[in-house]
Design a protein around this ligand. Structure first.
Ligand code: DX5
Ligand code: ZN
Length: 217
């Protein structure tokens, strides 16, 4: 599977999204990771469909929306209209994981299931044949700049094994505390999409993306 770097705009300058997104695209980002938080599911509040729509004319990057919200189903149509390409839904956020993923697919977007560090792979086994991607959180969701939790990597290996066993094709994304050091264990375990916020934005964006890509060779 193709390795992809997915910078998170949570670490961008909130007064200069257009400039930062264009910098990311020019620097070789593969995917734009958009952290949508509602102040309820997590203790932080970011942006919604309005900002996604405003960014859409400024880049051709794939928009990967990570939904840290309650009632994720309410955001499907607004985000589709705004130009989002995928939505990742936390299993902890809804009793209707399967139905919500189905609705996302029916709306014409890619769909992903997300598990927190304290959530077991067992909980998403029933939807593995439905999803395009699984996101394994490698920190607790809510804030950028946290320390990578190495114990979460075992779940990436488990998902990689299940994928082979069931002949499935979902991608595996990791998010939180990814640096040019932690990326190696995630890749080795079977992840192919690597979200990075603070590592990419701290210093020279182009050099930092290159550093991550070099570790994937
Ligand atoms: C955390 C977000 C992440 C965050 C990652 O809740 O889901 O996408 O931006 O930031 P870093 O790479 O700084 O851990
Ligand atoms: Zn995220």
């Amino acid at each position: 599977m193709k390795n992809k770097i997915a910078p998170s705009i949570l670490s961008a300058d909130f007064g200069n999204f257009e400039r930062d997104v264009q910098k990311l695209e020019a620097a070789g980002a593969d995917v734009l990771h958009i952290d949508i938080m509602d102040g309820h599911f997590v203790d932080n509040l970011t942006f919604g469909a309005g900002v996604v729509a405003a960014l859409r004319p400024h880049t051709t990057l794939f928009f990967d929306c990570h939904m840290m919200v309650e009632h994720p189903e309410k955001y499907i149509l607004p985000l589709k209209k705004a130009g989002a390409n995928s939505m990742s839904i936390h299993v902890e956020s809804t009793p209707h994981l399967h139905g919500t993923l189905q609705q996302i697919k029916n709306a014409g977007m890619k769909a992903a299931a997300v598990i927190n560090p304290g959530t077991s792979v067992e909980l998403i086994k029933p939807v593995l044949s439905l999803v395009d991607m699984v996101l394994v959180m490698t920190v607790n969701p809510g804030f950028g700049g946290q320390k990578f939790l190495p114990e979460t990597i075992e779940k990436v290996s488990m998902l990689d094994a299940l994928r082979t066993e069931k002949s499935l094709h979902f991608e595996i994304e990791v998010d939180g505390g990814i640096t040019d050091e932690t990326i190696t264990s995630a890749k080795r375990a079977g992840a192919n999409i690597f979200v990075a916020g603070s590592f990419v934005f701290n210093g020279n964006i182009e050099e930092n993306i290159k550093k991550l890509k070099n570790k994937l060779k």
